[in-house]
Design a protein around this ligand. Structure first.
Ligand code: NDP
Length: 313
C-alpha cells in the first residue's frame, strides 16, 4: 500500500513535507502525483493533502483517510468530487497553535497600547505619548473558540484582558466570558475594544463582517482577522475604516491572495497587512500528527480532528 502526498505547493514545499513525513513514518511507500494507472490507484491507503486540485482524489478504491495538512478545510470541502464516504481529518498542529497565540498577543498589545498609532506617528516625526490603559480595561472578543480561538482567548485572559468568546455551541474556558449562537453576540460585539476572528469559513460564517455587523461594533474598535478573507466584506470594512467606525484593522487573510499591489489595504493608514502568516503549519510537528492518525487508522482506533462535513469544519 502507499500514501499519496498531493497539494498546491510553493517551490520546494512538497519535498520539505516529504522529508518531515518520512522522518515521522519511516518505511512507507509514497506517491507524489495522481496515480496514472488503476493498479497504482488501488495501492493508495491514505491521502495527505494541501488543497490539491479538484478531482484529484477520485478513483482511489482503497482510500481510507484524507488528512489535510492545513487547519482550514474550506477549499478542500469546495471540491464536489471529494469522496464523501472517506473520513476527512484536518490539521491541529501544536506549533501552529503556539504561533497563532503569539500573533494574537502581538495584535492585541499593539492595539491596546497604541503601538500601531505610534508607528504611524513616527513616520510624521510626531512625539505624542498616548494614554496608558490597564489590560483589564481593554475588552477583547474572540470569535470562534476552537483549537486556535480557545487558546488565544485563554492566553489573553492570562495577560489580564477582559476576554469574551463566541462559538456555535456552549463552551467553558477559564477566565473567558463565553457566549454562543445569536444570543449574546450583539452585546459582546458592542462592548469589545478588539475583535479577533478565528471562525472557520463555512456558509454560515462567510461575509460575517458585513456592514451591519461592523456597525454593531463599538465605535473605533480594532478588527483582527486571522481566519479567512471571505469572512470580511472588504468594501464595507474600508467604508467603516474611513468613517472611523473601525479604528484599525489588522488583516492576515484576504479575499484575493496575494493581496493585489493596488489594493487600498496596503496604503490605508489604519490597516496593518500580514501576508497570511499568522500561524503556519510546522511540517516537523504536523508530520507527527499525521503519523498518529495513520497509526490510529491502522489499529482501528478513533481518528483525531475529524471534519464534520455537514457543519463545514
Ligand atoms: P476549530 O474548528 O477548532 O474551531 C472553530 C470555532 O468556531 C469553534 O469554536 C466553533 O464553534 C466556532 N464556530 C463555527 N461556526 C460558527 C458559527 N456559525 N457561529 C459561531 N461560532 C462558530 O477551528 P480552529 O480554531 O482550528 O481554526 C479556525 C480557523 O482559523 C480555520 O478554519 C482556518 O480558516 C483559520 N486559520 C488561519 C491561519 C492563518 O495563518 N491565518 C492558520 C490556521 C487556521 P463550536 O465550538 O461550537 O464548534
Amino acid at each position: 500500500m502507499s500514501l499519496l502526498l498531493l497539494g498546491r505547493w510553493a517551490e520546494g514545499e512538497q519535498q520539505a513535507w516529504l522529508q518531515a513525513l518520512q522522518a515521522a513514518m519511516p518505511g512507507e511507500q509514497w506517491l507524489l502525483e495522481t496515480p496514472r494507472t488503476a493498479a497504482e490507484a488501488a495501492t493508495v491507503e491514505a491521502a495527505i493533502v494541501a488543497n490539491p486540485p479538484h478531482g484529484s482524489l477520485q478513483g482511489l478504491p482503497n482510500l481510507r483517510l484524507i488528512q489535510s495538512v492545513w487547519a482550514g478545510v474550506d477549499k478542500l470541502l469546495g471540491d464536489p468530487t471529494l469522496p464523501a464516504e472517506v473520513p476527512l481529518a484536518r490539521m491541529v498542529d501544536p506549533a501552529m497553535n503556539e504561533a497563532m497565540v503569539h500573533t494574537a498577543l502581538w495584535a492585541v498589545l499593539g492595539l491596546h497600547r497604541g503601538f500601531f498609532r505610534l508607528q504611524a506617528q513616527q513616520r510624521e516625526a510626531l512625539w505624542r505619548p498616548l494614554p496608558q490603559l490597564r489590560a483589564q480595561e481593554w475588552s477583547v472578543l474572540v470569535l470562534g473558540l476552537g483549537e486556535l480561538g480557545g487558546r488565544v482567548a485563554m492566553a489573553l485572559a492570562a495577560q489580564g484582558y477582559a476576554v469574551s468568546g463566541w462559538s456555535r455551541s456552549p463552551r467553558r474556558l477559564d477566565g473567558v466570558h463565553c457566549c454562543h449562537g445569536e444570543a449574546g453576540l450583539a452585546e459582546a460585539m458592542a462592548g469589545a475594544d478588539t475583535l479577533i476572528n478565528l471562525l472557520p469559513l463555512t456558509p454560515q460564517t462567510q461575509g460575517f463582517f458585513d456592514a451591519p455587523h461592523l456597525a454593531a461594533c463599538k465605535p473605533g474598535a480594532g478588527l483582527v482577522n486571522l481566519a479567512r478573507g471571505a469572512h470580511v466584506d472588504e468594501a464595507a470594512l474600508l467604508a467603516a475604516l474611513d468613517s472611523g467606525q473601525i479604528g484599525h484593522a489588522l488583516l492576515d487573510v484576504f479575499a484575493v491572495e496575494p493581496l493585489p499591489p493596488t489594493h487600498r489595504f496596503w496604503s490605508h493608514p489604519r490597516v496593518t497587512v500580514l501576508p497570511h502568516t499568522a500561524a503556519q503549519t510546522d511540517a516537523r510537528s504536523a508530520a507527527l500528527v499525521v503519523a498518529e492518525n495513520l497509526a490510529a487508522l491502522r489499529r482501528g482506533a478513533p481518528l483525531q480532528h475529524l471534519v464534520a462535513r455537514t457543519r463545514g469544519y
